[in-house]
Ligand binder design. Sequence first.
Ligand code: MLT
Length: 195
Amino acid sequence: MSGFIEIHEPGDPTLVMLHGTGGDERQMLDFGKRLSKRTGYLSLRGKEPEMGVNRWFRRFGEGVFDEPNLLMRADELASHLVEKLPTERRVAVGFSNGANIAAAVMLLRPEALHGALLMAPMVPFQPDTLPDLDGKPILMICGEQDPIVPRTNAMALASMFETAGADLNLHWHSGGHNPGPTELNIAAAWIAKQL
Ligand code: MLT
Protein backbone atom coordinates (compact mmCIF):
# COMPACT_ATOMS: atom_id res chain seq x y z
CA MET A 1 0.00 0.00 0.00
CA SER A 2 1.72 3.10 -1.23
CA GLY A 3 -0.85 5.62 -0.10
CA PHE A 4 -0.10 8.04 -2.95
CA ILE A 5 -2.85 10.30 -4.22
CA GLU A 6 -2.51 9.86 -7.97
CA ILE A 7 -4.23 9.86 -11.34
CA HIS A 8 -3.36 6.99 -13.66
CA GLU A 9 -4.13 6.86 -17.38
CA PRO A 10 -2.33 3.76 -18.68
CA GLY A 11 -0.02 3.76 -21.71
CA ASP A 12 3.55 3.07 -22.77
CA PRO A 13 5.71 4.95 -22.12
CA THR A 14 4.07 6.38 -19.02
CA LEU A 15 4.97 9.93 -18.09
CA VAL A 16 5.43 10.10 -14.33
CA MET A 17 4.28 13.63 -13.60
CA LEU A 18 5.87 15.26 -10.53
CA HIS A 19 4.61 18.70 -9.56
CA GLY A 20 6.59 21.56 -8.06
CA THR A 21 6.07 23.00 -4.58
CA GLY A 22 2.42 24.02 -4.31
CA GLY A 23 1.29 22.07 -7.36
CA ASP A 24 -0.82 18.95 -7.47
CA GLU A 25 -1.49 15.86 -9.54
CA ARG A 26 -4.39 17.40 -11.51
CA GLN A 27 -2.43 20.48 -12.60
CA MET A 28 0.58 18.33 -13.53
CA LEU A 29 -1.59 15.91 -15.53
CA ASP A 30 -2.92 18.83 -17.57
CA PHE A 31 0.65 19.95 -18.15
CA GLY A 32 1.64 16.44 -19.28
CA LYS A 33 -1.15 16.42 -21.83
CA ARG A 34 0.19 19.66 -23.28
CA LEU A 35 3.53 17.92 -23.80
CA SER A 36 2.21 14.69 -25.33
CA LYS A 37 -1.13 13.08 -26.11
CA ARG A 38 0.36 9.74 -27.07
CA THR A 39 1.63 8.40 -23.74
CA GLY A 40 0.24 7.10 -20.50
CA TYR A 41 0.34 9.30 -17.42
CA LEU A 42 0.82 8.66 -13.75
CA SER A 43 0.46 11.98 -11.98
CA LEU A 44 1.18 11.87 -8.26
CA ARG A 45 0.96 14.14 -5.26
CA GLY A 46 3.96 14.63 -2.98
CA LYS A 47 3.49 13.48 0.61
CA GLU A 48 5.31 16.19 2.56
CA PRO A 49 3.04 19.22 2.83
CA GLU A 50 4.73 22.45 3.88
CA MET A 51 2.43 25.09 5.34
CA GLY A 52 -0.49 23.58 3.47
CA VAL A 53 1.14 23.16 0.05
CA ASN A 54 2.27 19.89 -1.52
CA ARG A 55 5.94 18.92 -1.63
CA TRP A 56 7.92 15.74 -2.26
CA PHE A 57 10.33 16.00 0.66
CA ARG A 58 11.08 18.23 3.64
CA ARG A 59 13.49 21.13 3.63
CA PHE A 60 14.97 23.47 6.22
CA GLY A 61 15.03 26.46 3.85
CA GLU A 62 15.21 27.29 0.16
CA GLY A 63 17.58 24.73 -1.38
CA VAL A 64 18.53 23.25 2.04
CA PHE A 65 17.10 19.77 2.08
CA ASP A 66 16.33 17.31 4.87
CA GLU A 67 18.45 14.56 3.34
CA PRO A 68 17.21 11.51 5.33
CA ASN A 69 13.63 12.52 4.51
CA LEU A 70 14.52 13.13 0.85
CA LEU A 71 16.20 9.72 0.54
CA MET A 72 13.26 7.98 2.25
CA ARG A 73 10.73 9.69 -0.04
CA ALA A 74 12.79 9.01 -3.19
CA ASP A 75 13.10 5.34 -2.27
CA GLU A 76 9.37 5.13 -1.52
CA LEU A 77 8.48 6.73 -4.85
CA ALA A 78 10.87 4.44 -6.76
CA SER A 79 9.32 1.32 -5.19
CA HIS A 80 5.84 2.57 -5.99
CA LEU A 81 6.70 3.23 -9.64
CA VAL A 82 8.19 -0.22 -10.13
CA GLU A 83 5.15 -1.87 -8.53
CA LYS A 84 2.55 0.25 -10.27
CA LEU A 85 4.15 0.23 -13.72
CA PRO A 86 6.03 -3.08 -13.88
CA THR A 87 6.24 -3.36 -17.67
CA GLU A 88 5.87 0.22 -18.92
CA ARG A 89 8.76 2.54 -19.67
CA ARG A 90 8.66 5.01 -16.80
CA VAL A 91 9.69 8.52 -17.85
CA ALA A 92 9.68 11.18 -15.13
CA VAL A 93 8.56 14.70 -15.96
CA GLY A 94 9.31 16.94 -13.00
CA PHE A 95 9.27 20.65 -12.33
CA SER A 96 11.30 22.27 -9.55
CA ASN A 97 10.71 20.22 -6.37
CA GLY A 98 9.30 17.48 -8.64
CA ALA A 99 12.46 17.60 -10.77
CA ASN A 100 14.52 17.29 -7.60
CA ILE A 101 12.74 14.15 -6.40
CA ALA A 102 13.06 12.70 -9.93
CA ALA A 103 16.80 13.45 -9.92
CA ALA A 104 17.06 11.79 -6.51
CA VAL A 105 15.28 8.65 -7.78
CA MET A 106 17.61 8.60 -10.80
CA LEU A 107 20.69 8.75 -8.56
CA LEU A 108 19.39 6.40 -5.84
CA ARG A 109 17.18 3.86 -7.63
CA PRO A 110 18.01 4.20 -11.36
CA GLU A 111 16.11 1.01 -12.22
CA ALA A 112 12.87 2.84 -11.39
CA LEU A 113 13.17 5.30 -14.30
CA HIS A 114 13.90 4.81 -17.99
CA GLY A 115 14.38 8.52 -18.56
CA ALA A 116 13.68 11.93 -17.08
CA LEU A 117 12.72 15.41 -18.16
CA LEU A 118 13.84 17.78 -15.43
CA MET A 119 12.72 21.41 -15.43
CA ALA A 120 14.69 23.66 -13.06
CA PRO A 121 16.38 20.81 -11.16
CA MET A 122 19.19 21.08 -8.64
CA VAL A 123 21.52 18.58 -6.97
CA PRO A 124 19.18 16.74 -4.56
CA PHE A 125 21.96 15.06 -2.55
CA GLN A 126 25.59 14.05 -3.01
CA PRO A 127 25.72 10.30 -3.63
CA ASP A 128 28.74 8.40 -2.25
CA THR A 129 29.04 6.61 -5.57
CA LEU A 130 27.35 7.42 -8.85
CA PRO A 131 24.92 4.88 -10.28
CA ASP A 132 25.32 3.40 -13.76
CA LEU A 133 22.83 5.38 -15.85
CA ASP A 134 23.81 3.47 -18.98
CA GLY A 135 22.52 5.69 -21.79
CA LYS A 136 19.30 6.70 -20.02
CA PRO A 137 17.83 9.78 -21.74
CA ILE A 138 17.72 12.86 -19.53
CA LEU A 139 16.71 16.36 -20.57
CA MET A 140 17.54 19.19 -18.16
CA ILE A 141 15.92 22.56 -18.79
CA CYS A 142 17.59 25.32 -16.78
CA GLY A 143 17.22 29.09 -16.54
CA GLU A 144 20.22 31.42 -16.70
CA GLN A 145 18.41 33.81 -14.34
CA ASP A 146 16.94 31.19 -12.01
CA PRO A 147 16.86 32.78 -8.53
CA ILE A 148 16.52 29.37 -6.85
CA VAL A 149 19.04 27.22 -8.74
CA PRO A 150 22.52 28.72 -9.25
CA ARG A 151 24.12 27.84 -12.57
CA THR A 152 26.98 26.03 -10.79
CA ASN A 153 24.47 23.78 -9.03
CA ALA A 154 22.68 22.82 -12.25
CA MET A 155 26.07 22.22 -13.89
CA ALA A 156 27.10 19.96 -11.01
CA LEU A 157 23.96 17.86 -11.51
CA ALA A 158 24.57 17.70 -15.27
CA SER A 159 28.12 16.58 -14.63
CA MET A 160 26.90 13.79 -12.30
CA PHE A 161 24.50 12.49 -14.95
CA GLU A 162 27.12 12.62 -17.70
CA THR A 163 29.77 10.90 -15.58
CA ALA A 164 27.18 8.23 -14.70
CA GLY A 165 26.71 7.53 -18.43
CA ALA A 166 23.32 9.14 -19.08
CA ASP A 167 22.39 10.39 -22.54
CA LEU A 168 22.14 13.96 -21.26
CA ASN A 169 20.65 16.88 -23.10
CA LEU A 170 21.13 20.20 -21.29
CA HIS A 171 19.08 23.17 -22.42
CA TRP A 172 19.67 26.68 -21.03
CA HIS A 173 17.15 29.44 -21.51
CA SER A 174 17.52 33.12 -20.70
CA GLY A 175 14.68 33.18 -18.13
CA GLY A 176 14.25 32.22 -14.50
CA HIS A 177 12.78 29.21 -12.68
CA ASN A 178 9.82 28.68 -15.04
CA PRO A 179 10.32 27.33 -18.55
CA GLY A 180 8.89 29.47 -21.36
CA PRO A 181 6.96 28.44 -24.49
CA THR A 182 10.16 27.59 -26.41
CA GLU A 183 11.17 25.23 -23.64
CA LEU A 184 7.78 23.53 -23.72
CA ASN A 185 8.31 22.86 -27.43
CA ILE A 186 11.75 21.44 -26.67
CA ALA A 187 10.26 19.27 -23.92
CA ALA A 188 7.48 18.02 -26.22
CA ALA A 189 10.01 17.17 -28.95
CA TRP A 190 12.18 15.27 -26.45
CA ILE A 191 9.15 13.26 -25.29
CA ALA A 192 8.20 12.50 -28.89
CA LYS A 193 11.68 11.00 -29.33
CA GLN A 194 11.04 8.63 -26.41
CA LEU A 195 7.90 7.12 -28.01
C1 MLT B 1 13.11 22.47 -3.60
O1 MLT B 1 12.81 22.76 -2.44
O2 MLT B 1 12.98 21.35 -4.08
C2 MLT B 1 13.66 23.55 -4.46
O3 MLT B 1 14.17 24.58 -3.69
C3 MLT B 1 12.65 24.04 -5.42
C4 MLT B 1 11.44 24.58 -4.72
O4 MLT B 1 11.47 25.73 -4.27
O5 MLT B 1 10.48 23.87 -4.59
